[in-house]
Design a binder for this molecule. Sequence first.
Ligand code: IMP
Length: 224
Amino acid sequence: MTNFAPMTRRIVFATGNSAKLREASEILGPAFELVSPASMGLTEEIPETAPTLLGNSMMKAGYIHEKLSCDCFADDTGLEVDILGGAPGVHSARYATDGHDFAANVAKLLREMARAEREASVARAYGLAVKASRKARFRTVVTLILGGQKHFFEGCVEGRIARRRSGDGGFGYDPVFIPDFLPGDVPNSGAVTMAQLSEEDKNAISHRGRALRAMAAWLADNEA
Ligand code: IMP
């Protein structure tokens, strides 16, 4: 009897971040070989200038598909803070500067929120019913292009913004993001930030983990 090795399907993930590539590979499992654009010879910066997360994920996946004519996907993530009217949102990466400066982004976020809270309290002193919630969410949108067809997935994690940083894990806004629930749907009564979670626990509840698992479930149902 001949044993055939199971087929693996190669998909390009529009990222240069090896941690993201590893996380996505674990979620998609051995049926898929995830590779970076650079490993396929595409080393230029991929444009992401759309005004929405969906637009950016479509732009990045579309760019890879146009250049490499292959199955691919791209994600785009934003932090949406209620008191800032949804900012920084699609501008999360370059909120404070043009250079993905995580510390400067967090400092600007805390400054802008303090300003908005002061404005809200003045407005309330004048009898206006202004809410000043520190509620926020990370949202990830994924565009998958498979066989030339586009498919979309979303993942979200609800939480609130702390007044100061805690923890040294993760990246970006993790030190000030307090998820409402920890893995296993346990209420986060200790105000643990994303940066205080292990990588595994963060991936279990994170926006990107949820969007990638939604894509993995769809692929399992549609690519069997
Ligand atoms: P990207 O679309 O994954 O590049 O994310 C855009 C920006 O959102 C990043 O530069 C970070 O500032 C922020 N961000 C994305 N994912 C996370 C996360 O898991 N934790 C904290 N910040 C994140």
